[in-house]
Ligand binder design. Structure first.
Ligand code: NAP
Length: 280
């Protein structure tokens, strides 16, 4: 099955759709990852904090794909951002995943108590040692991105919550202007898009599902890829096929209008001061 990609550098590219694995654990996690890879998914997103790297690793092994044919993403938790902790915890991730290299390692959340220089030095070393292919961030604001850029501009992406109800224009513009990409997490607004009248209306016209409309709207944007989580075969396939949906200008305008809701779903007490969106 074809799947559009974002080119990261001469050697690396990432599919525009991947599988999110938060809350997929144990045998369910193993089976879902294996099924997804068999079905044609080529990007899997996990994290140390999901407590499922072992299950994800088993799913990858079960699918039996050559390692270089899939793109693996994991994340270092916010209390492991000092140099030694990044190195050690990434090595632990590699052991749990049973792979030699993680394609993209992210800082899961910014931590104001640890200097970014320290984490970036560690990522640099891991890259030189062939233990990661690239590094990036999650939940960084534009002010964090500017700070990081001044230290080491080699990062490739920022993974942030992005769906029809949450605008991310400021971050997306920053990333596009700087040659980086945006990984959209909770792209289905954790299932909320399914019940949306506007999205359902567009889906009916396009003969598809509201979830596919939301994913197609994300993926049509330059430098944006999405990592919906799904556990049933039906949902996995539907999400993977969403890149085939073409939205009319009128449909795009209607979805753009939903952004006015400005509804953030993931906002823990340690979250940063998010970028503000004026003039929606
Ligand atoms: P999501 O992908 O927006 O939504 C997942 C929900 O949608 C699940 O309940 C799933 O149900 C349902 N679903 C999926 N496909 C469907 C379909 N085709 N039709 C109907 N329902 C469907 O939510 P998310 O898990 O929060 O976000 C996705 C991934 O982003 C996570 O798994 C994780 O990898 C990443 N993430 C990262 C961060 C971060 O801080 N960096 C934060 C949140 C999430 P079933 O499971 O029953 O299929």
């Amino acid at each position: 099955m074809s799947n559009k990609k974002i080119s990261i550098n001469e050697k690396l590219s990432i599919p525009k759709i991947g599988l999110g694995t938060w809350q997929l654990q144990g045998q369910d996690g193993v089976q879902t990852v294996a099924t997804a890879l068999d079905m044609g998914y080529r990007c899997i997103d996990t994290a140390q904090a999901y407590d499922n790297e072992e299950a994800v690793g088993k799913g990858i092994a079960q699918a039996g794909l050559p390692r270089d044919q899939m793109f693996l993403v994991s994340k270092v938790w916010r209390d492991k951002l000092a140099f030694d902790d990044v190195i050690r915890s990434t090595e632990e991730s590699l052991n749990r995943l049973k792979v030699d290299c993680i394609d993209l390692m992210l800082i899961h959340w910014p931590n104001p108590d640890v200097a970014i220089e320290s984490s970036l030095k560690a990522f640099d070393k891991l890259k030189q040692d062939g233990k990661i292919n690239a590094f990036g961030f999650a939940n960084f604001t534009t002010s964090h991105l500017n700070e990081a850029k001044n230290v080491n501009n080699d990062f490739v992406c920022n993974q942030v919550e992005y769906h029809p109800y949450l605008p991310q224009k400021k971050i997306l513009n920053w990333l596009q202007d700087n040659g980086k990409f945006l990984m959209a997490y909770s792209p289905l607004a954790r299932g909320k898009v399914l019940k949306d009248d506007i999205l359902q209306g567009i889906a009916e016209e396009s003969n598809c599902d509201a979830s596919q409309v939301a994913l197609a709207w994300l993926m049509r944007q330059d430098a944006v890829m999405a990592i919906p989580k799904a556990s049933s075969k039906e949902h996995l396939l539907s999400n993977l096929q969403s890149h085939e949906i073409v939205l009319s200008d009128e449909a795009i305008k209607k979805i753009d209008d939903l952004q006015k809701q400005n509804n953030r779903l993931i906002d823990p007490d340690f979250a940063p001061n998010w970028d503000r969106h004026e003039a929606l």
